[in-house]
Ligand binder design. Structure first.
Ligand code: AMP
Ligand code: GLY
Length: 435
């Protein structure tokens, strides 16, 4: 049996790692893995032109579980690192385990923490985690009766994965009822909306907490703030995220530790008790209410673009951290973030999120890099002439680091200004309120 125990091969070359995904988060992961002094050998599937600067890219879909496991076995990889949730929900970690491969992500049962809101609520209730009061309903009659009991404002959520369209924060009962009819009667979200979670409306600032988990133990990676709306001043449609920053002033260390103690660790213990241990990165979406931090949702992976903001500040060996999470050796770790701040600004294609136009020329990225910004690629392809073209909604993330949020913001936007990408747009107010 090959010795993979402590994160480095005996010949002095680092681990062989298969990174799954092809977005901005995965480019940031590839960049951070490649920086390791242990010099890991990186493979990616499917990757993108940015990831290809660090990894050997293979044309496999991120959800091709059988293909990914076959590749990992054929290449004798030491660690599989899934970036997005879809492969995890599809059972990639289970298939890796069956094949004897270390994988830094939860099995499909534990990935329900992202895949099903009623499951998450059930876990939160069983573990005594502070969260909005809720009921889970499957019929119109039950939903309408529940709305009357809750009163407005109230939140109506599709149970399943709905690409950011599954949550309606309703100011009036009429609005809430319309959401119920759309999801249950008109099946506007398909199967994802055939069960609903109706919950009390909370208020307060939001923050995203990321914890590295090995099934038993959890340690903090960092906290970031996302900007979800497409337009400046938090207007326009919801997106995957238009920018992020860290640290988050409304989430000082003591509050972060409270969230680890009251939310992350109880969830981990409850999942282990149920025989579905959570390994990988647990993303807790929090609302900082007057009564303390409350859980809004869990995701089972790093955020995008939160990862692009967090990873450049990580002062720890990422291959080792992820391998430890995959092999139950997180206890006692305390990954550090470098002092200072980081701001990530997403540059999206015009039309995002509804109908992003593709095929725009993206000029040379060197002038942006020369400003000191990191340029992470997401929806890009390499054209036959060697140039980059846009190929998706979110195209690039420009990240700046600095002594404080203002300095980091300055670097990120200097990078954006140096881009030659006329088909793109971005928010000019990322981190503006805190810098
Ligand atoms: P989710 O998909 O669960 O993260 O919800 C998307 C967004 O809806 C969150 O980021 C919040 O801004 C909002 N939201 C979700 N649940 C609540 C709640 N119980 N009260 C107020 N806002 C909420
Ligand atoms: N930026 C939020 C997410 O990754 O889900």
């Amino acid at each position: 049996m090959r010795q993979v125990g402590f994160g480095a091969r005996s010949n002095g070359v680092g681990m062989k790692i298969l990174l799954v995904g092809g977005g901005g988060r995965e480019h940031a992961l590839a960049w951070a893995l490649a920086r390791s002094a242990s010099r890991p050998v990186l493979l990616a599937a499917p990757g993108n032109p940015g990831i290809a600067e660090h990894a050997d890219c293979h044309a496999l879909a991120a959800t091709d579980v059988a293909g990914l496991v076959a590749l990992a076995r054929a290449e004798s990889v030491d660690l599989v690192v899934p970036g997005p949730e879809a492969p995890l929900v599809a059972g990639l970690a289970d298939a890796c385990q069956a094949a004897g491969l270390a994988c830094c992500g939860p099995g499909a049962a534990a990935a329900q923490l992202e895949g099903s809101k009623s499951f998450t609520k059930e876990i939160a209730t069983a573990a005594g985690i502070p969260t909005a009061r809720y009921e889970s309903v499957e019929t119109e009659a039950a939903a309408l009766a529940c709305l009357r009991r809750f009163g407005a404002p109230v939140v109506v959520k599709a149970d399943g994965l709905a690409a950011g369209k599954g949550v309606v924060v309703a100011a009036t009962l009429a609005e809430a009822e319309a959401a119920v009819f759309a999801m249950l009667r008109d099946r506007s979200l398909g199967a994802a909306g055939q069960r609903l979670v109706i919950e009390e409306c909370l208020t307060g600032p939001e923050a995203s907490l990321f914890a590295l988990c090995d099934g038993e133990n959890a340690v903090l990676l960092g906290v970031a703030q996302d900007h979800k709306r497409a337009g400046e001043g938090d207007t326009g449609p919801n997106t995957g995220g238009m920018g992020a920053y860290t640290p988050v002033p409304v989430m000082p260390p003591a509050l972060t530790e409270l969230a680890m103690a009251r939310i992350v660790r109880p969830a981990l213990a409850e999942m282990a008790r149920r025989g579905m241990p959570f390994r990988g990165i647990l993303f807790a979406g929090l609302m900082l209410t007057e009564a303390g931090p409350k859980l809004i949702e869990f995701n089972v992976r790093l955020g995008d673009p939160e990862a692009q903001a967090l990873l450049p500040l990580l002062d720890a060996d990422l291959p080792d951290l992820l391998h430890r999470a995959a092999t139950a050796r997180v206890a006692g770790l305390a990954p550090r973030m470098r002092p200072g701040a980081s701001v990530a600004v997403v540059v999206a294609a015009r039309g995002y999120p509804a109908a992003p136009a593709t095929g725009f020329n993206i000029g040379d990225l060197e002038p942006a890099r020369a400003t000191g910004a990191l340029v992470f690629q997401a929806g890009t392809v390499r054209a036959a002439d060697g140039g980059l073209r846009s190929a998706g909604g979110r195209v690039l993330t420009l990240c700046g680091t600095g002594a404080d949020l203002a300095a980091a913001r300055g670097v990120a936007y200097a990078g954006v200004s140096a881009l030659r990408f006329p088909g793109g747009f971005w928010r000019r107010d990322i981190a503006a309120r805190v810098a």
